[in-house]
Write a protein that binds this ligand. Structure first.
Ligand code: NAG
Ligand code: NAG
Ligand code: NAG
Ligand code: NAG
Ligand code: NAG
Length: 347
């Protein structure tokens, strides 16, 4: 049986043609430095097109260009739109990156947002996605650790593994964001994905399966950080009714959360990001509160004060194994992006 991960990769390859046009819904007007953000995303789009052109139709290569594009959008946010780092739109950008790029891995800057982050999304989509990803991994462990002796028993247990996976994902959504419309946190996609790929799991029919099997005994951890309930189709809590919204104004985050300079990496590419100071006069005029900022533990930051006149820039550094030859790369030309793709091809 093909694992869901492999199925996802195949589906992702099918989608490769549109992947290079990955977009972010973060608009420049709400950014700390609108013009820097605009030029950064414009550059990312242009370079992505150049990258795709170099692929000669290779789907794996196009996929790599998409991954690099998401990474450069994340860099754009870190540089000139860091005040949106906890917004719903950034959460969705990271979610799209994880769903379309198989090599995406934590840590991702500013993600998931800390609880009650200033200006944060009404639903911590990052926490939800982490729970869903955990459920997928637990499913894979569950089906490979099936010690049943008969084929029928094995089939039943595999079905139980699938029902637990679907339940764990849904339970995390309903518990983490009880007020949010489940579809807005990806519930429909989750239900579809879990019935299309891998073992066919009919969530509607999982009730009797979950009556017989205990997900905890099958190796599943509590679905969310504050609840160990594995809901069944018949006892899911009522759906939340609120759409996603940001809980604070665009200027709720007043200084770059990771400091003015920080680094992060994906695969073997390391980025050094320098944050722009505030240049959006319009947003600053309405500034009323000074929010406390935290230095994220997922990335290394330096100082949380922005040097006057700091320029924004992200450079990629290619790490070659432990030797880490610090070849400075600017993500301005397709050639640099091929570093990212090269890594992908080896995976
Ligand atoms: C695409 O073809 C060109 C010309 O043949 C070649 O130089 C380039 O390396 C190819 N790109 C890839 C990613 O294979
Ligand atoms: C951007 O918005 C469009 C339209 O609402 C949506 O289909 C798409 O998934 C969004 N993309 C991201 C990355 O937020
Ligand atoms: C596999 O199943 C056995 C028996 O149920 C359990 O003791 C063991 O911890 C499981 N291994 C993993 C990796 O979950
Ligand atoms: C779990 O946490 C979320 C967000 O922090 C909260 O809204 C929800 O009510 C909590 N659920 C329980 C069962 O405590
Ligand atoms: C609740 O949300 C789920 C997931 O989006 C959906 O399938 C279901 O139909 C909704 N239930 C109601 C009563 O609207």
């Amino acid at each position: 049986m093909l694992s869901r991960t492999i199925f996802r990769a195949l589906i992702a390859l099918e989608a490769a043609a549109t992947l290079a046009l990955a977009q972010t819904n973060i608009t420049a007007d709400v950014c700390a430095d609108p013009s820097a953000f605009t030029s950064c995303t414009t550059q990312a789009l242009a370079t992505s097109k150049g990258c795709t052109d170099m692929c000669n139709g290779s789907k794996m290569c196009v996929l790599g260009c998409g991954c690099a594009m998401y990474q450069s959008y994340i860099n754009c946010v870190a540089e000139s739109c860091w005040n949106q780092a906890y917004s719903c739109e950034y959460d969705k950008l990271v979610a799209a990156y994880f769903s379309q790029c198989s090599t995406a891995a934590e840590p991702i800057p500013f993600w998931p947002a800390p609880d009650s982050a200033p200006g944060g999304c009404s639903c911590n989509l990052g926490k939800v996605l982490q729970s869903v990803t955990k459920a997928q991994q637990e499913y894979n462990t569950c089906i490979t650790n099936d010690t049943s002796t008969s084929v029928i028993q094995q089939g039943n247990q595999n079905t139980a593994c699938g029902c637990c996976e679907v339940s764990a994902g849904l339970s995390a959504m309903y518990e983490t964001c009880p007020d949010t419309i489940p579809a807005d946190m990806g519930a429909d996609i989750w239900l579809q994905a879990s019935t299309i790929y891998g073992t066919v799991i009919h969530w509607d029919k999982c009730g009797s399966v979950l009556d017989q099997y205990n997900c905890h005994n099958l190796g599943f951890a509590p679905p969310s950080s504050n609840s160990s309930t594995f809901y069944k189709p018949a006892n899911l809590p009522p759906n939340g009714t609120l759409t996603l919204y940001n809980t604070g104004p665009a200027n709720a985050v007043t200084a770059p959360p990771s400091g003015s300079v920080f680094t992060w990496s994906q695969s073997s590419v390391m980025y050094t990001v320098t944050a722009s100071p505030w240049k959006n006069g319009q947003i600053m005029v309405t500034s009323t509160s000074i929010a406390t900022t935290k230095t994220s533990s997922t990335v290394t930051g330096t100082s949380s004060t922005v040097p006057p006149g700091a320029t924004s820039a992200a450079t990629g550094t290619a790490k070659t194994g432990a030797a880490m030859s610090m070849k400075e790369l600017s993500l301005v030309g397709p050639a640099a992006w091929l570093q990212v793709i090269g890594v992908l091809m080896l995976v």
